[in-house]
Design a binder for this molecule. Structure first.
Ligand SMILES: Cc1cc2nc3c(=O)[nH]c(=O)nc-3n(C[C@H](O)[C@H](O)[C@H](O)COP(=O)(O)OP(=O)(O)OC[C@H]3O[C@@H](n4cnc5c(N)ncnc54)[C@H](O)[C@@H]3O)c2cc1C
Length: 371
């Protein structure tokens, strides 16, 4: 199959107002991929490793092209290969994932497009410009999501879209999925790419030396597939020092389980864990496969940010808490005790401060009273 000149041509000549570009890693789509495709009206190009698997997993897509461009993202080479295909498409939408943020500016530079970063919504409006040229109208999020600002740009743009936990309805008909052969120049060190004959202004890529797995202790919560979240019930009655130690233990246990730690606003406001770990409507939106809540009540502002995890476990002393009601498995017990026991079984050292500083759990109080 030969590469079409443009995606407009590949789609049977119908002009495309918008296309989503999504980078897959080993077939896994980044957080916010479905939202980006929905914002683009259902047309998408999936690149990266395992692109075919990723293309098949997109919800709400109408027409998907995929090209497996192998391990290790080469954003410059990819931008050069994709840009001509996107000619005539006013708006290119990308999830504001790490790979999306890497590729978007290069794609904008390669195609002479505007770059609109961190939008929460975007659309193409045809009539607003005096020449009738398309205008890309976006709302961008700024100051740590505390303000949203309307932005209009005349002419084609690349827009990175912040995942907001919008629900995307699955397509009612199966999408048209097509292979898109993309010719990337051979990988190599930047200076040899230059010698290989690219014009002087060729966008050069760094040489991929190794691909490292993310550090689970610090990785972006939005990308975690397993999240252990702590709420006020993880540390009832504890002072700040002991509470912070318990949340630090949560981070270690989460990492031992191949996951990342999150928290409720009560915990981040108290300073027991960083704000970047807050899940919810005024925090991060996540989309894990597994979510384990330790002492989390399940307030609407919290669960509004956690997508649709395949498995939810709630550890809570209140069997009727909303979190336990929505969980697949509810464990009615003291959260900090269970966390410490889990830590011991996983070989994670439990510092004394992580289990002290508050009233003993109810069962122990009963024991002590009997004694
Ligand atoms: C405008 C606005 C925006 C907000 N945005 C967010 C947001 O983005 N994210 C967010 O999380 N919140 C947000 N909130 C706050 C939210 O409304 C809740 O107050 C918060 O999520 C509750 O946190 P929590 O579950 O840790 O605490 P609590 O509601 O106090 O719940 C504690 C839970 O722990 C249980 N518990 C008690 N003791 C134990 C024990 N020993 N072992 C086990 N379980 C125990 C209790 O039964 C209870 O269910 C927002 C609020 C407002 C007004």
């Amino acid at each position: 199959m030969s590469t079409p000149d443009t995606l407009g041509q590949a789609s049977g000549g119908a002009p495309l107002a918008a296309v989503a570009v999504v980078v897959a890693r080993d077939g896994r789509l980044p957080h916010g991929a479905d939202e980006a495709v929905a914002e683009a009206g259902g047309a998408a190009v999936v690149v990266g490793s395992g692109a075919q698997v990723g293309a098949a997993a997109l919800a709400g897509a109408r027409h998907v092209w995929w090209s497996d461009t192998g391990d290790g993202l080469r954003p410059g080479a990819l931008a050069g290969a994709l840009s001509p295909l996107l000619e005539g498409v006013p708006m290119v939408v990308m999830p504001a994932s790490p790979d999306g943020r890497d590729l978007a500016p290069r794609l904008a530079a390669a195609g002479g497009r505007h770059l609109v970063a961190r939008a929460v919504r975007a659309e193409v409006v045809a009539d607003d410009h005096p020449d009738g040229a398309p205008v890309v109208r976006a709302t961008v999020s700024r100051l740590d999501d505390r303000v949203v600002v309307p932005v209009d740009v005349d002419g084609p743009a690349v827009v990175t879209l912040v995942p907001c936990g919008r629900s995307v309805a699955p397509a009612t008909t199966a999408p048209l999925v097509e292979h898109l052969p993309l010719a990337l120049p051979p990988a190599g060190p930047a200076d040899s790419q230059n010698r290989a004959g690219g014009p002087p202004d060729t966008i050069l890529d760094p040489q991929v030396v190794a691909i490292l797995e993310p550090d689970l202790h610090t990785m972006d919560l939005a990308d975690a597939t397993r999240v252990l979240a702590g709420g006020a019930g993880l540390v009832p009655g504890a002072d700040d020092r002991h509470a912070a130690a318990a949340f630090d233990l949560l981070v270690q246990v989460a990492a031992a389980l191949g996951g990342s730690a999150g928290a409720t606003r009560v915990a981040t406001d108290a300073g027991w864990i960083g704000y970047e770990r807050q899940i919810g409507t005024t925090g991060v939106t996540i989309d894990p496969d597994l979510y384990i809540a330790f002492g989390v009540s399940g307030a609407a502002q919290h669960v509004g940010g956690f997508g649709a995890p395949s498995h939810i476990v709630s550890v809570n002393t209140d069997a009727s808490s909303p979190m336990t009601a929505m969980a697949d498995l509810g464990l009615v017990t003291d959260a900090r005790e269970l966390l410490a026991e889990l830590a011991r079984r996983l070989g994670v050292v439990v510092p004394a401060a992580a289990s002290g500083g508050g009233p003993p759990p109810a069962d122990h109080r009963t024991e002590a009273a009997r004694g």
